[in-house]
Design a protein around this ligand. Sequence first.
Ligand code: HEC
Ligand code: HEC
Length: 142
Amino acid sequence: MKTLISTLLLSLLALTLQTSSVFAEPVYSLRGTVGVDELSEMIPNRRSMAVDGGIDVNFEDQPPVIPHNIDKTRITLHENSCLGCHSKENQKITNAVRPPKSHYRTREGDKLRQISTGRYFCTQCHVPQAYTKPLVNNDFKN
Ligand code: HEC
Ligand code: HEC
């Protein structure tokens, strides 16, 4: 009986070692092989692209990318500095591109006076660009 128990315990130990060695494989991600509970190197700040007249879209219905710096803009529950320039009222003064009609409609298509809550977090869809090398090669053609 004793030998049976020790054999069982041994095989259990072997199994644990085997599974833990699977987890010991380094996981490569954009932050390298640094574990989630450790601090990684800070990502270097890149210079934002600023392009007069905007950047052409690559496909129909693409949210246009942001052709200016957004380092100082904040989107929180209480403020949205994008709208400080882009809202219907302010764009007349700032000359920022006016968001399209789609942004002033509910999901059901009803008109709204304010920007739709579904569009409030602009950077969910619109992203700035930086002068940097692509992370992976890409031969997509528009
Ligand atoms: C200081 C005013 C200002 C602020 C703040 C601002 N924008 Fe702009 N934005 C502009 C102006 C002006 C343009 C037009 C640039 C041009 O075409 O030369 C523009 C262009 C854009 C465009 C391109 C539209 C197109 O059709 O190409 C997008 C998208 C955009 N902004 C999104 C944003 C988002 C999202 C934020 C907040 C994170 C933001 N902007 C904050 C002034 C601003
Ligand atoms: C759910 C995705 C989404 C969100 C969130 C969103 N947009 Fe857009 N945006 C789009 C798409 C898609 C287009 C282009 C197609 C269209 O007309 O709807 C667009 C177009 C635009 C344009 C270009 C208009 C033109 O005539 O060229 C501006 C400016 C813009 N959005 C500003 C904003 C601002 C400011 C916010 C935040 C208040 C915002 N968007 C939030 C998806 C989004």
